[in-house]
Write a protein that binds this ligand. Structure first.
Ligand code: BTN
Length: 326
C-alpha cells in the first residue's frame, strides 16, 4: 500500500529523478508520472525538468485522496482511503462503512465537517480549506477497557506527524490533548461499538488545527493552530500521512501486549504534565498533586501532598496545570 511519493519529494527538498523515485517506491516510471499528475490535480505544485526529475515547489494547498495516499507510509492504515470535501462527521462515515463490513484500516479524511463531534457531546468546528478531519477504523482483539489507551497512542502519533512536518515542539496534555505553547491544537474522539467483553470496532477521529487563522472568542485563549504558531501554512496531506504512519508503528507495539508497556517512556517524554504540579478534578473533590507520568494502562500516576500515590483514570477525572489549562 505504501506510496510515500510526497514524503520522498518533501524529504529531498530538491530534484529527484524519475528513476530514483521509481526505484525507491518500487513502481514503474510510468506510475511515477501518473502519481505526480494525480497530486498536481489536487493543488500540489511539482516542477518537472527533463534530465533532473521532479521537485516539490509547494504542497500546502494540496489535500485530497491522491495527495494523502502519496503521503501514507505504513502498510495497512489507509489501505482504503476515502476523501470528502464536505461531510457530516468523519467518525460517522467510518461507522456507516464499518456497519457494512469495512476492513480495519479504513481511513476517512475530510476538508470540512458540517456536524463535527467533540468529546462529551460538544461540537468540533471544521471550516473549509484549513484543517484536517481524519478518522479510521480499528478492530483490536482486546477487551473494551483497552480502548482509552488507543486514544493516548493517537495523541503520540499526531504529535509525531506534526513535529516531523513543522519542527514545532509538540507536547501531550494527558490523556490526549496535543498542546503547543500551552494551547490545544488537536482533538481526538474515540468511539467504540462493543459488548461488555468484546470490541466490535473502534473509531479514532482526530481533528488537527493546521491552517486556522483565528478562533471564536470563547476558545481563543486555549486553542491554537500550526499556522498561528509559525506564521505560515502547512501541507495537510503530509501531516495526515505521517500521522497515520506513526499510529501504525505505535499500534504495532501496543498489540504485542494489549497495554502501553512498550510506549510508556515515549509517552512520558511527550507528556507536558509529567513532573509538574497538577490539579486533579476528581468528582469526589479536587486536589493538587505532582504528576509522575503514565503507567502501562495509560493512567496518570500522581503523588498527593499527603504522600499517597493515586493512579488517575482518564474517563473519571481530568487534570489541569495549577496555573491554567496545561
Ligand atoms: C475533542 O473534543 O477534543 C475531540 C475532537 C475530535 C474532532 C475530530 S475531527 C475528526 C473526527 N470527526 C468528528 O466528528 N470528530 C473527530
Amino acid at each position: 500500500m505504501r506510496d510515500g511519493l510526497l514524503e520522498l519529494l518533501m524529504n529531498k527538498n530538491d530534484f529527484v529523478s524519475g528513476q530514483e523515485i521509481a526505484d525507491t517506491l518500487g513502481i514503474s516510471r510510468n506510475a511515477v508520472w501518473k502519481a505526480v499528475e494525480s497530486i498536481r490535480r489536487e493543488g500540489c505544485e511539482v516542477e518537472a525538468v527533463t534530465g533532473r526529475g521532479y521537485r516539490i515547489v509547494n504542497t500546502d494547498g494540496a489535500f485530497g485522496e491522491n495527495s494523502i495516499k502519496s503521503a501514507l507510509t505504513g502498510k495497512w492504515l489507509g489501505s482504503e482511503t476515502v476523501f470528502f470535501s464536505e461531510i457530516d462527521s468523519t467518525n460517522d462515515e467510518v461507522r456507516r462503512r464499518a456497519e457494512k463490513g469495512a476492513a480495519e484500516g479504513l481511513l476517512i479524511v475530510a476538508d470540512s465537517q458540517m456536524s463535527g463531534k467533540g468529546r462529551r457531546g460538544r461540537k468540533w468546528q471544521n471550516p473549509k480549506g484549513t484543517n484536517i478531519a481524519m478518522s479510521f477504523l480499528l478492530k483490536p482483539g482486546f477487551s473494551p477497557d483497552t480502548a482509552p489507551m488507543l486514544t493516548l497512542i493517537m495523541a503520540m502519533a499526531a504529535a509525531d506527524g506534526i513535529s516531523k512536518v513543522t519542527g514545532l515542539d509538540v507536547g501531550i496534555k494527558w490523556p490526549n490533548d496535543i498542546v503547543i505553547n500551552g494551547k490545544k491544537a488537536v482533538g481526538i474522539l474515540t468511539e467504540m461499538i462493543a459488548e461488555p467483553d468484546y470490541i466490535h470496532y473502534v473509531i479514532i477521529g482526530t481533528g488537527i488545527n493546521v491552517n486556522t487563522r483565528s478562533f471564536p472568542e470563547e476558545i481563543s485563549s486555549t486553542a491554537t493552530s500550526l499556522y498561528l504558531e509559525t506564521g505560515r501554512t502547512w501541507p495537510r496531506a503530509l501531516i495526515t500521512g505521517l500521522t497515520a504512519g506513526a499510529f501504525e508503528n505505535y499500534y504495532d507495539v501496543f498489540k504485542k501486549t494489549g497495554t502501553l508497556a512498550g510506549l510508556v517512556d515515549d509517552y512520558n517524554r511527550m507528556c507536558v504534565n509529567a513532573g509538574k504540579r497538577v490539579t486533579v478534578l476528581d468528582p469526589k473533590g479536587k486536589y493538587e498533586a505532582e504528576a509522575a507520568g503514565i503507567n502501562e494502562k495509560g493512567e496518570l500516576i500522581v503523588h498527593k501532598d499527603d504522600g499517597e500515590t493515586v493512579n488517575v483514570y482518564a474517563g473519571e477525572v481530568s487534570v489541569r496545570g495549577i496555573y491554567g489549562y496545561v
